[in-house]
Design a binder for this molecule. Structure first.
Ligand code: GRF
Length: 194
């Protein structure tokens, strides 16, 4: 059942660490007609994250946590999420690893986007590794976050063809474009199946 069509929108917190193009795209999606989500909070471990600039004009609240004392800060974040009635977390270029306890407490409602065709190329420097291995295809995956890195159930994937001239940078650009199409679709699919 998709909860929010014609009803209340699902409140989402987006966690970012850097550029935030996926955040920007999710905000755009949240404002589109019939969107099931409202981006109600942005959480970052980096007060200089470029993505934080996007949220000003939409008056979206932000919270910065250093994630140094993980268990203490995660409890504060969980309380904040509860206070704001956040029902879904979307990780979008968030470079910190959430604890098992946090993931459990949030009850499986955390999604992540990863720039590879998982289960291949988990972790960092995906595009470099893909190119070095002469892969013909790469892509992106939206998955549910579980306690193992980049390993939760896949919701949607998009394949991208790698051309001979692709560099890690050009491939990242190609894939990012597809990420922006994939994340909203995956959110709708996830919410529909709740
Ligand atoms: C994306 O490629 C995402 O898949 C990965 O980090 C990058 C974040 O890009 N997890 P942006 O900050 O959303 O522009």
């Amino acid at each position: 059942m998709q909860k929010s069509i014609g009803l209340k929108k699902i409140k989402v917190a987006v966690f970012i660490s850097g550029t935030g193009t996926n955040l920007k795209n999710l905000i755009k999606f949240s404002l589109s007609p019939g969107s099931p989500i409202k981006v109600a909070l942005v959480v970052s471990n980096n007060s200089n994250a470029l993505g934080l600039n996007y949220i000003k004009k939409y008056k979206i609240k932000k919270k910065i946590y250093k994630f140094r004392n993980i268990s203490k800060e995660e409890n504060i974040i969980l309380n904040e999420l509860k206070r704001k009635n956040i029902e879904l977390i979307c990780l979008a270029g968030f470079m910190k690893i959430l604890s098992k306890n946090f993931i459990k407490m949030f009850n499986g409602k955390i999604l992540n986007i990863h720039p590879s065709l998982l289960p291949k190329y988990k972790g960092l420097n995906t595009h470099e590794r893909v190119i070095n291995n002469n892969e013909k295809f790469s892509g992106c995956t939206v998955h549910i976050v579980n306690s193992k890195l980049d390993s939760g159930k896949t919701i949607l994937q998009k394949k991208v063809k790698i051309s001979k001239n692709d560099t890690p940078r050009s491939l990242a650009k190609k894939i990012l474009k597809q990420e922006h199409l994939l994340y909203p679709k995956a959110i709708v699919k996830f919410l529909t199946n709740l």
